[in-house]
Design a protein around this ligand. Structure first.
Ligand SMILES: [Ca+2]
Ligand SMILES: [Ca+2]
Length: 132
């Protein structure tokens, strides 16, 4: 599910929770690529876009975790020279498409308070709920 509005990383996380969903996470490059294919299908992103995903190193600089599970990242898709923690202020992960600087759905750390037009929530696995 994708929602159009501008939100910083924290607001995006809140919004997913309010919807009964979680901020998107990925366990593997395969899951990452599936997400990208999902985004590409919307065909409004031809040349450049960026969106938040649910990972940060807010708890400990340089150690990235998924906010939905608290688990460490098991893979990454960083762009060249990222994450760079610019000005010691970049702690949240966005995915960037910008064909002009040769970034094709690669990750960047950016300031969590920056608004983005897009972020991605995902549904909680129903099996988890049924098993309780
Ligand atoms: Ca950081
Ligand atoms: Ca960065």
């Amino acid at each position: 599910m994708q929602i159009r509005l501008r939100a910083n990383w924290h607001k995006a996380n809140e919004f997913c929770t309010t919807l009964g969903m979680v901020f998107v996470s990925m366990k593997s490059q395969v899951e990452h690529n599936e997400l990208i294919r999902f985004v590409e299908k919307m065909d409004k992103f031809s040349n450049a876009t960026r969106f938040w995903i649910g990972a940060s190193d807010l708890a400990e600089e340089g150690t990235y975790t998924w906010v939905s599970s608290g688990q460490l990242l098991t893979f990454s898709n960083w762009a060249d020279n990222e994450p760079n923690n610019e000005n010691h202020a970049e702690h949240c992960i966005e995915i960037i498409l910008n064909i002009y600087v040769n970034r094709v759905w690669q990750w960047n750390d950016n300031e969590c308070r920056n608004p983005r037009e897009y972020f991605i929530c995902e549904g909680v696995d129903k099996h988890c709920i049924e098993n309780f």
